[in-house]
Design a protein around this ligand. Structure first.
Ligand SMILES: [Zn+2]
Length: 200
């Protein structure tokens, strides 16, 4: 079975919709953000580069990236800042091409994006990336799909810490073909310890 994931499309979408340049260190901005604001959610920071603007009273520009403060000043306590919602206008079969929903936003406590490419907390899509994802190609903590990659994977082709599938690769693998530290298999198994499952 050959499954091709067009990663360029995923990454292109990712870059395009966030419209933010990566900081020089190449870290994800959202990861930076959580590290940065630890003392108080009210600490002002630059939305462009993430630099803390605390105590900055004599400048009209971000000392780090030079952007005007009136454009980039941001606080974690601003309403609606923690979550993110995006849907592309382009639709295929009634689904948005790209749907992103992460974190709490307005009255939603978690993101539930639905799209061809769905990225978020509980994504549903052809390509679903997130914590608990359902999709044709699912990547995340608990992916369920035809091709599943993640901590606990359930799928036709499952790769992960604990993988259950027709073809399963992982720390504990259970499948028709199973490869892993502990492999339970029906037809063939490769691993540290293999257990054959009798199949009628
Ligand atoms: Zn800045």
């Amino acid at each position: 079975m050959v499954v091709t994931i067009d990663w360029s499309l995923v990454f292109l979408a990712d870059m395009g919709v966030f419209k933010q340049e990566s900081p020089p260190n190449g870290c994800d901005l959202s990861i930076n953000r959580s590290h940065r604001v630890s003392d108080s959610a009210n600490t002002p920071y630059c939305d462009h580069c993430g630099y803390s603007l605390k105590g900055l009273t004599e400048s009209s520009k971000c000392p780090e990236c030079g952007k005007p403060l009136v454009e980039v000043l941001m606080r974690e306590s601003f309403p609606g800042r923690r979550g993110y919602r995006y849907q592309s206008k382009k639709k295929i079969l009634g689904w948005p091409l790209i749907s992103i929903a992460t974190g709490p936003f307005r009255d939603e406590r978690v993101g539930r994006p639905v799209g061809i490419i769905a990225i978020g907390d509980y994504p549903k899509g052809v390509v679903a990336i997130g914590a608990i994802c359902l999709g044709f190609v699912s990547i995340g903590g608990l992916p369920i799909g035809l091709v599943s990659l993640g901590g606990v994977s359930l799928g036709l082709l499952a790769v992960g810490g604990c993988a259950l599938g027709v073809v399963a690769v992982g720390g504990v693998s259970i499948g028709v073909w199973a490869v892993g530290g502990t492999a339970c298999y029906v037809l063939a198994g490769w691993g540290g310890s293999t257990i054959q499952i009798p199949f009628p």
